[in-house]
Design a protein around this ligand. Sequence first.
Ligand code: MG
Length: 374
Amino acid sequence: MRDRIALIVAAGRGTRFGGPAPKQYLPFGGTTVLAAAAMALRPFMPVACVIHPDDLERYRSATAGLDLLPPVFGGPDRQASVRNGLEALAGDPPGLVLVHDAARPDLPPAVVRRLLEALETHDGAAPGLPVADTLKRVEEGRSVGTVSRDGLWRIQTPQGFRYPALLAAHRDAAPASYSDDTALAEAAGLSIAVVQGDARLEKITEAGDAARLPGPDIRTGHGFDVHRLVPGDGVTLCGVRIAHDRALSGHSDADVGMHALTDAIIGALAEGDIGQHFPPGDPEWRGAASEIFLAGARDMAAARGGRILHCDVTLVCETPKIGPHRAVMRAELARILAIPVDRVSVKATTSEKLGFTGRGEGIAAQATATLALP
Ligand code: MG
């Protein structure tokens, strides 16, 4: 059984929004609203999106290269769309499901962690914020009374549930009756915990909201690495094993490209360097595939709520030839970072037979990484 899966509800037409595309496909933080929501959840669990059939091309272009489950087509309203998403998972049911609105793209990882913790002891859990404004009952433009806000909370998404319980509740529910899944689940008798939400999770509902949201903190990090060439039968560069008349020497698999990129990401986070997080003297990393380091840096970025927007690696060597392997290297780095391949660049250069790289004594790599932090 799969542990947990997130469903992102993105089937709305955004009729209140009045833009050139449904709001979930508008630009946000260097990507799109939908992709940002998916990238925020992806470090925690597999993600499937529920989309409108007319948006299939938009969806493909917005999520190209993201490692997502196949999309599911939604129904005429939100409740029907969630039901379709839940039914699509029934063949291989997860233990937990998180249902999230695509229109809440700025999801802090701390909220997901609070939900998962609450789900250890509750059927369901949702983030919320206490109501801070005065509440009025208004009739024909005139206040007819003040409503006590004591104990009133505004509920956000993602909302998490035990999957079998939520699926059963949806199957029993009258169509088009509930504004969200906590309302539907409560009507079915499930106990719902409310955890601290976040103002950043505010839903995009009006034209211009996406542009008004606070812009991300864009960071660029740089990394550099060298490993020595020794007698051997091949090298691993950017995750790709290449037959060669020599090998790279180092404590792990000595993948200079991946090490430089790992350091670039850690640099953008200003959290030290690769040696500090993965000490070279540590026997744990002896012969290790460097994917561990790059995935570790990816997780450090995710833990800060960051998104990796782009990376660029330059390998410096006379041989082996990098060109024939470049596409596979890009695909491999994109897979590990869980970002689209068109956001990953791998380049190579020689050093004109000058210096240690020119004499074939070692291979060097430089990398930059651009991150968006909240
Ligand atoms: Mg290294």
